[in-house]
Design a protein. Sequence first.
Length: 352
Amino acid sequence: MEELIRAVVNDIPEYIPGRSVKGAIKLSSNENPFGPSPKALTAIAKEAKTLQTYPDQKANLLRQALAKKHKLLPENIICGNGLDDILQILAATYLNAGEEVVISKNTFSVYALVSRIFGGSLVTVHIRDCKIDLDAMARMITEKTKLVFLTNPNNPTGTIFTAAEFDAFIQKVPEKVLVVVDEAYAEFVESKNLPNSLNYVKEGRNVIVLRTFSKYYGLAGLRIGYAIAREEIIAPMFKVKMPFNVNRLAQVGAIAALKDSAFLNKTYKNNLEGKRYLYKEFDRLGLEYMKTEANFIFINIRQSADELCQKLVGFGVSVRSLASFGLPEAIRVSIGTKGQNKKLITALKKAA
């Protein structure tokens, strides 16, 4: 059987998700602690009566709603079955075997996964001071480079690169290179220095911006994400994506979630208050952490992350070991409700 498998597949590690443990609160996958938007749930229940028919092939109504939100055209947007699907569509459209892909070593692993699937040659750069090192990434771009993947805020450190830093980076990137900026956590950012990456799209640059409904909007289980770029970049991606890749419930749920300002404000406020509470408690515990611009916090525990995570499960809390991110002595904890955050602190005290 092994001789039938594509050679590249043998070298691909299996993706490791955040753990769901029965009886433990889940603070391992950065999900919305309030669940889905109530307006989304209402729209989904209504749409469930039409599941005998295929969904809109191009998610046109959702793309129109997103275009209005971002002040762009629907032709600038493609939707997918989560950002994982979008990443695979991107690689399938643009990456030839042997072309180079520049990524940060300590970041979301699916960039490396899709690059390997399509035979890309990975060029990895270490983070510096828990931040993506844009200067080092720019230096690694060669004649063979096709894609650069950036995450802002970075997963798992929660840090951002600034507008000035990104602008300086873009000036160094050759025209033939596609810069992909994953902004899965952008809605949580408190800093005023986050780049307005959509401006680069509007200027006609080779920048692709990724967004998702999994985190802020509470629709991780429906799998709905999207990419924004100039029309010439988006159009060929429609040839590559699978037909009907975004289901009916995801499309209507996402449209309704965009309109639920009360739910979104509640989510943002909870995250703001939650991280400040956790900072205070982490300081009391003497933990080394990074202040975050996302809905999770990176903690350098200086011991085996896998072992600590197992202990925490015993106290009813599941958090993410970052061993799979190349950081075996660090964990990532999602910011939950007030009650969940308090339970996390209690568990950390017991596990220390």
